[in-house]
Design a protein around this ligand. Structure first.
Ligand code: GAL
Length: 390
């Protein structure tokens, strides 16, 4: 099945790590609905690593840990489905998961059948211990891609090889619907900046059918949980979320939904940002300022180089003819840059003028003489949707 837009939902890893159980997962499903997040499109509830027993059963099947999941996984799936949501699980292409539980390497078909029997809708597939398989990553992901495509159930295949082993070159062949184009996120602005700089070198590999995945969201974690690293300011979380949307990443919330603060909820439900993320044309962003000003690429083109003055100014043409424009200031200085209508494709004789609307404040700003000047304090962003007006 072709996925037209990136998936949205919630995943247990960022906050709960190994401390997961049925209660945590069912309450997350409840919160997605009660908070209004589900109505905005957040539909997958995904159990990450650490859900199984350390051993398979006598038939070679994975077994949920009965202390953590006393009613089994079909029960969890039924509960989630009754809420109108979808159910995701986790495994690994090697013999073990990253936390050391059984992986699906050499058990791809039996595991795909097991996930299908539990009515799983989404499988996150990690890459730890892949070297023990003595096979290329492309083959390991194809194995599970084929197993899922033949398991009798429509299961979204979420590949998680952290952009390693040049996976941008081969992941789209494997049947993956989304692929991790960047490393693991942590709850700190340095991590957000790092992932953004990686993603910018891989943006051309993004597209319908197999979306680049910048990793789960840290909005609302506020320095607590499994990937805590000091947390971010509200402005830094806003930059993080806006960039993920601008680049059309899957939006998998990673915070504890039972503690979600108002500011985070407002951000995660921002209709313009979600609309940019989910735009049906799914065109790539492009730089509005010369690349060399925004990015230094190393010789092999696929690794970012830390660039302290980095403040990418980007645009993305949306399905209805409007244009998303974003300035993302990753640097420690205030930055002013100018968006030029000509670079977006507005001809000098165009009878219309671009009018930009700020996605956070709603403020309307017309381009003057074909230009829009944008200023951002350090670690902040401004994002607009601009329309051609008479
Ligand atoms: C990492 C993965 C994380 C999480 C973790 C579980 O490899 O990138 O998102 O799934 O494994 O152990």
């Amino acid at each position: 099945m072709v996925r037209k837009t990136p998936p949205m939902g919630w995943n247990s890893w960022n906050t709960f790590g190994s401390q997961i159980n049925e209660e945590v997962i069912l309450r997350a499903a409840d919160s997605l609905v009660a908070s209004g997040l589900a109505a905005c499109g957040y539909e997958y509830v995904v159990i990450d690593d650490c859900w199984s027993l350390p051993q398979r059963d006598a038939q070679g099947r994975l077994v949920p840990d009965p202390e953590k999941f006393p009613h089994g996984m079909k029960y969890v799936a039924d509960y989630i489905h009754q809420k109108g949501l979808k159910f995701g699980m986790y495994s690994d292409a090697g013999p073990k998961t990253c936390a050391g539980y059984p992986g699906s390497g050499n058990h791809e078909h039996i595991d795909a059948a097991t996930f299908a029997s539990w009515d799983v809708d989404y499988l996150k597939y990690d890459y730890c211990y892949h070297e023990e398989m003595n096979l290329p990553g492309a083959v390991l992901y194809k194995r599970m891609g084929l197993a899922l495509a033949n398991c009798g159930r429509d299961i979204l295949f979420s590949a998680c090889s952290w952009g390693a082993d040049d996976s941008y070159q081969w992941m789209k062949e494997t049947g993956a619907h989304i692929w991790r184009s960047t490393g693991d996120i942590q709850d700190a602005f340095s991590s957000v900046r790092n992932l953004i700089q990686q993603e910018i070198t891989r943006m051309e590999y993004n597209g319908q059918g197999c979306f680049n995945d910048l990793d789960m969201l840290i909005v609302g974690m506020n320095g607590e949980g499994n990937v805590a690293m000091g947390g971010c300011t509200p402005e830094e979380y806003a930059l993080h979320f806006a960039f993920w949307c601008f680049f059309g990443s899957p939006l998998m919330i990673g915070s504890d939904l039972s503690k979600l603060d108002e500011t985070s909820l407002r951000l995660l439900t921002n209709p313009d940002l979600i609309r940019i993320d989910q735009d049906s044309a799914y065109r790539q962003p492009f730089f509005l300022a010369p690349l060399e000003k925004n990015m230094e690429r190393t010789t092999d083109q696929h690794y970012y180089k830390d660039y302290p003055g980095h403040a990418p100014l980007l645009a993305r043409i949306l399905d209805d003819g409007s244009v998303a424009i974003g300035l993302f200031n990753l640097s420690e200085q205030t930055v002013t840059d100018v968006a030029d209508a000509g670079t977006i494709g507005v001809a000098p004789d165009c009878p219309k003028t671009l009018v930009a609307q700020d996605v956070f404040s709603g403020e309307q700003l017309p381009f003057v003489d074909g230009k829009l000047s944008i200023t951002c304090a350090p670690h902040t962003c401004r994002v607009f949707i601009a329309r051609l007006c008479d």
